[in-house]
Ligand binder design. Structure first.
Ligand code: 5GP
Length: 164
């Protein structure tokens, strides 16, 4: 338990515009933004608007813990996007954070064979990440609280009586 990096929705809005500006300044014009759900969906939406890219795809990645082992690796959940859709396309992978980088590596390797070009954009990248993203808004080694996951899911409020 160390320091926390707290990202608000307001600051996220600034981050995603600045990240897009870096990508535009670099001259990269993606045909497709491929988001890694769920956190990458927020990033992909913001980047796609800011970069005027109308094509967003999504891949669900979840960590699978091996039975009786400490081995942990991410897996793509069905439906896996059809790599044919990306043939000859310039792809921008979007995620909220590259921590170990295993999630990004999985998706990047999936793209590498099929696509014309693949680059990655993240809001945060940590030092240990085995994938070095082309576009990073901020580097930190703190645990990040994202605005979409810092609060628990809402619960149904039943049986509430409103009295006058
Ligand atoms: P990876 O270790 O594969 O790079 O990251 C896998 C996933 O773990 C991320 O997409 C994110 O959902 C979660 N994660 C990693 N580091 C953090 C963090 O600092 N804060 C939060 N909220 N999630 C994180």
């Amino acid at each position: 338990s160390g320091m926390r990096e707290n990202l608000s929705y307001e600051r996220f809005g600034v981050a995603v515009r600045e990240l897009a500006q870096t990508i535009a300044d670099d001259g990269y014009e993606p045909d497709v933004v491929l988001s890694i759900a769920r956190g990458g969906v927020f990033v992909a939406g913001g980047l796609a608007y800011a970069l005027d890219c109308k094509n967003i795809h999504l891949v669900n990645v979840e960590f699978y813990t091996g039975v009786g082992t400490t081995l942990e690796m991410p897996v793509m959940l069905a439906p896996v996007p059809n790599a044919i859709d990306f043939t000859d396309k310039k792809v921008l992978i979007a995620d909220d954070v590259a921590d170990t980088g295993k999630t990004l590596k999985l998706v990047r390797d999936f793209c590498l064979d099929a696509v014309a070009e693949v680059r990655s954009a993240v809001v945060y990248e940590k030092t240990q990440s085995l994938v070095k993203c082309e576009y990073v808004w901020k580097r930190t080694d703190e645990w990040i609280n994202f605005p979409w996951s810092v609060q628990p899911p809402v619960v149904k409020r039943s049986g509430q009586v409103l009295d006058a």
